[in-house]
Design a protein around this ligand. Structure first.
Ligand code: SF4
Ligand code: SF4
Length: 515
C-alpha cells in the first residue's frame, strides 16, 4: 500500500461536509432560460456560431474556441437563441461578459451522437473529442483539459481530495459514479501514455475511496491505486497532492509534465468519459449548495442555469446575506444572483451573519510567524503582505509572490485578522496591469518607430526617383541640343530636332515643378 508523504504547512479548518452529503445527487430541473457565457475557460473565450432566432439542439456546438486556450461552448438543452448579449458573470471582477441566451423548448432534444471506442480509437482522436467537448478542469481552475492532456507522462494523478470545507460535489460523484470516473481516468492515461494511475482522496471520504477501489478492482488494474491522504487543507492543491502521492516537488515555473506527472480532478475524468463513451459535451456539472440552506446538497445542473433558480432547490434561508462561489478559503463573492452556473462552478456557499460572522477588525502584524508555518508553498507571507501593502511590488516578486496559490492558510491562522490573500491578489493584479500597460506602450513605441522608418524610406525613394528622372531629362536635352547644333541636310530633320529640344525643355520644367 502506498503511504502518502506529508506536504509542508497546511491547516485543519472545520470540514462541514456532512450537511451536504446526506442525500444523493439530485437533478436540477430544466430552467426556462439558460444564459451560457462564451468565456468558460480560465485562459480563453469562444466565438458564437449561432445568431438570434437560431433553433439549437442539446449538445450542439454554439461557439467555437478562440486561440489555443479557448474552449468550445454547447447548447445545454434544445430551444431557440433569444439573445447574444452581455450578462453578469460569476467572476471576482463583477464585470459582464458576452453570453448566448437560449429559451428552452422543454423537449431537451439531443443532436446526433457518435460514441468512440475508448480502447481502440487512436489517442489523437480521443484528444480531439476532448477538445470538441469543451472540457475544462472542474476542480475550479477551468484550464482546458485538451491542453493538459497533450503531455506525455508516466504517472497520472486523479484528484479526489476535495479539501476545501463545505464542498462535496466530488465526494458524491465518486460515491455514485466511480466506474465512469475510472473509465475517464483510463482514457486520459491512454492518451498521455501514463503507466501508473493514482487516485488521491482525503481520508474523510471513506465511502468515495471504497467506491473507487471497487471500480478499480473490477478492472484488475495492477498499476492503479487509491491513496488516502490525511485530511489537511490544502491537500487538494495540485502540487501538494502530487508531492503527497509521488514525492515529486514541482518548483515554481515548472509543470507536472516536466517531471512525468499530470493531475486532473475527478469531475474532469468523469466529463472525459461522458464525452468519449456517449459523445456528451460538457453541458452539465454537479454543484454543491452548502451553508445557509434547509436541505444542503448536490445538484446536477445545466451550465447556464441562473444561480437564483438553483437556490430554492436546497431551501435557501431568508437571512442569507452573501453568496460565495467556491468554498470559504478560496471562493469569491458572487456579484449577483442572476449570474449563471459555469463550468467552474463547484459550489455556491450561502452565508448568513450567524453562520459566517464578519471578521474582527484588522490589526497590525505582530511578526508572530504563524502564517509562515502554515504556508504550504514555504513562503514568507508576512513579508509578502508588507511589500504588497507598501506597493513595493518588485520586492514582493523577489519574495516569490507568484508562487502563492492563494490557499488562504496564512490568513486563516493570522491572529491579527489580516486578510492576507486580498493583499496578494491586489499586488498580483497591479503587477499584471503594469505588465499589460508596459507591453501596450512597447507595442505603441514599436509601431511609431516603424512608421517613422517607413516615412523616411519613402522620402528617400521619392528623392531617388526624381533625381533619376532629372538626370534622364538632362541627358535628353543635351542630346537634343547637340542634334540642333549639327547642320542637317534636310528641312524635316531641322524641324524634328527643334521639336525634340522643345519636348526636352518641357520635361525638364515639369521635373523641376515636381520637386
Ligand atoms: S500571522 Fe499575521 S500577525 Fe503573524 S506574522 Fe503573519 S501576518 Fe503577521
Ligand atoms: S495564501 Fe499564499 S502565502 Fe498564504 S499560505 Fe497560501 S500559498 Fe502561502
Amino acid at each position: 500500500m502506498l503511504e502518502p508523504l506529508r506536504f509542508p504547512g497546511g491547516v485543519k479548518p472545520a470540514a462541514h461536509k456532512e450537511e451536504s452529503t446526506r442525500t444523493p445527487i439530485r437533478i436540477a430541473p430544466l430552467p426556462p432560460r439558460l444564459i451560457v457565457p462564451l468565456r468558460q475557460s480560465a485562459a480563453g473565450a469562444a466565438t458564437p456560431l449561432v445568431s438570434v432566432g437560431a433553433k439549437v439542439r442539446k449538445g450542439e456546438l454554439i461557439a467555437r474556441p478562440e486561440g489555443p486556450y479557448g474552449v468550445a461552448v454547447h447548447a445545454p438543452t434544445s430551444g431557440e437563441v433569444s439573445a447574444i448579449s452581455p450578462h453578469v458573470l460569476p467572476h471576482p471582477s463583477g464585470l459582464p461578459g458576452l453570453c448566448i441566451v437560449i429559451e428552452a423548448d422543454g423537449e431537451d432534444l439531443w443532436r446526433e451522437r457518435e460514441p468512440l471506442d475508448p480502447d481502440h480509437a487512436p489517442p489523437q482522436v480521443l484528444l480531439s473529442r476532448i477538445l470538441d467537448a469543451g472540457i475544462v478542469g472542474l476542480g475550479g481552475a477551468a484550464f482546458p483539459t485538451h491542453v493538459k492532456a497533450r503531455a506525455k507522462i508516466s504517472t497520472l494523478v486523479i484528484n479526489g481530495a476535495e479539501c476545501e470545507p463545505w464542498i462535496t460535489c466530488d465526494d458524491l460523484l465518486m460515491r455514485e459514479r466511480a466506474e465512469t470516473i475510472v473509465a475517464g481516468a483510463r482514457i486520459l492515461a491512454r492518451i498521455m501514455g501514463a503507466k501508473r494511475l493514482l487516485f488521491g482522496i482525503e481520508d474523510n471520504k471513506p465511502e468515495a475511496a471504497c467506491a473507487l477501489e471497487r471500480a478499480l478492482g473490477e478492472l484488475d488494474c495492477g498499476s492503479c491505486a487509491v491513496v488516502r491522504v490525511p485530511t489537511r487543507y490544502p491537500a487538494g492543491g495540485e502540487k501538494q497532492l502530487v508531492y503527497a502521492l509521488t514525492g515529486i516537488e514541482i518548483p515554481y515555473g515548472k509543470l507536472g509534465p516536466d517531471f512525468g506527472v499530470q493531475c486532473f480532478n475527478v469531475g474532469t475524468a468523469y466529463a472525459v468519459a461522458r464525452a468519449i463513451l456517449y459523445d456528451e459535451p460538457l453541458i452539465a456539472r454537479v454543484v454543491t449548495l452548502a451553508g445557509n440552506f434547509e436541505a444542503a446538497g448536490n445538484f446536477e445542473t445545466l451550465i447556464g442555469t441562473p444561480i437564483e433558480q438553483l437556490l430554492p432547490l436546497a431551501g435557501e434561508k431568508p437571512d442569507t446575506d452573501r453568496l460565495v462561489m467556491g468554498g470559504p478559503m478560496m471562493g469569491f463573492p458572487l456579484p449577483s444572483r442572476a449570474a449563471p452556473v459555469v463550468k467552474a462552478t463547484n459550489c455556491i456557499l450561502a452565508m448568513s451573519p450567524s453562520l459566517f460572522p464578519p471578521p474582527p477588525p484588522e490589526m497590525p502584524c505582530i511578526r508572530c510567524g504563524a502564517c509562515a508555518r502554515s504556508c504550504p508553498m514555504l513562503l514568507a507571507p508576512y513579508e509578502l503582505y508588507w511589500y504588497a501593502k507598501s506597493k513595493n511590488f518588485g520586492k514582493a516578486q523577489e519574495y516569490h509572490l507568484f508562487d502563492c496559490i492563494e490557499c488562504g492558510c496564512c490568513a486563516y491562522v493570522c491572529p491579527a485578522h489580516i486578510p492576507l490573500v486580498d493583499y496578494y491578489r491586489y499586488a498580483k493584479s497591479e503587477i499584471r496591469a503594469r505588465e499589460r500597460e508596459k507591453a501596450a506602450a512597447d507595442a505603441a513605441r514599436a509601431r511609431h518607430e516603424f512608421r517613422k522608418f517607413r516615412e523616411e524610406r519613402e522620402k528617400q525613394e521619392k528623392a531617388a526617383r526624381l533625381a533619376a528622372k532629372a538626370a534622364e531629362t538632362r541627358a535628353k536635352l543635351a542630346l537634343a541640343e547637340n542634334a540642333a547644333s549639327t547642320p542637317m541636310p534636310r528641312a524635316e530633320d531641322d524641324q524634328a530636332a527643334l521639336i525634340a529640344a522643345a519636348q526636352a525643355r518641357i520635361e525638364s520644367q515639369n521635373t523641376e515643378k515636381d520637386r
